[in-house]
Design a protein around this ligand. Structure first.
Ligand SMILES: CC(C)(COP(=O)(O)OP(=O)(O)OC[C@H]1O[C@@H](n2cnc3c(N)ncnc32)[C@H](O)[C@@H]1OP(=O)(O)O)[C@@H](O)C(=O)NCCC(=O)NCCS
Length: 132
């Protein structure tokens, strides 16, 4: 995990009154990882456009519901120099989906079942392919 964090293009830390209230990252995933997500979503034809991933978004439970994820996601976007980004999130995570949609992401392809648990994942892209 440390290696992956060091390889990230940007790590974002949000502090309010000197308290850490959220983190997020602009990740440089391997092509194998990226290709797997796009294949699972059924949109492999789009994969080569998207080499950076917005992820590791986390707001501690006590600090949720205050639009901090919107701030975090916007900060990550500002580090991307307008490069196309992808993100994945659980299909049952409306707060994360709303945060992504607020900054221009749109859902792409179909949901797929996670290998890590009993939930589905969805792929989001910014900009969406039909807007380029
Ligand atoms: C997902 C997570 C980052 C959201 O953080 P947060 O700071 O509480 O989110 P926000 O307060 O910024 O809310 C995000 C948006 O979702 C909306 N929202 C929240 N709950 C919602 C719900 N149940 N249905 C629809 N929209 C919802 C909010 O109104 C807000 O939209 P707005 O800014 O347009 O009003 C946080 O819950 C978390 O860390 N979860 C665990 C880790 C995780 O799931 N990370 C995402 C991995 S991809």
């Amino acid at each position: 995990m440390e290696d992956r964090a060091r390889a990230a293009r940007a790590l974002v830390f949000l502090y309010v009154d000197r308290v850490l209230v959220g983190v997020a990252a602009l990740k440089r995933p391997t092509a194998t990882y990226r290709d797997g997500k796009f294949r699972a979503a059924g949109v492999s034809a789009l994969k080569s456009t998207y080499s950076l991933e917005l992820g590791w978004v986390f707001v501690p439970p006590d600090h949720r519901g205050r639009h901090y994820s919107r701030v975090l996601v916007s900060a990550v976007m500002s580090q991307a120099d307008n490069a196309p980004l992808f993100a994945t999130t659980r299909s049952d995570n409306p707060a994360m989906q709303r945060s992504l949609e607020n900054v221009g992401f749109a859902r792409a392809g179909k949901a797929w079942k996670s290998k890590r648990g009993d939930y589905e994942l969805v792929l989001y892209l910014a900009p969406p392919p039909n807007s380029r």
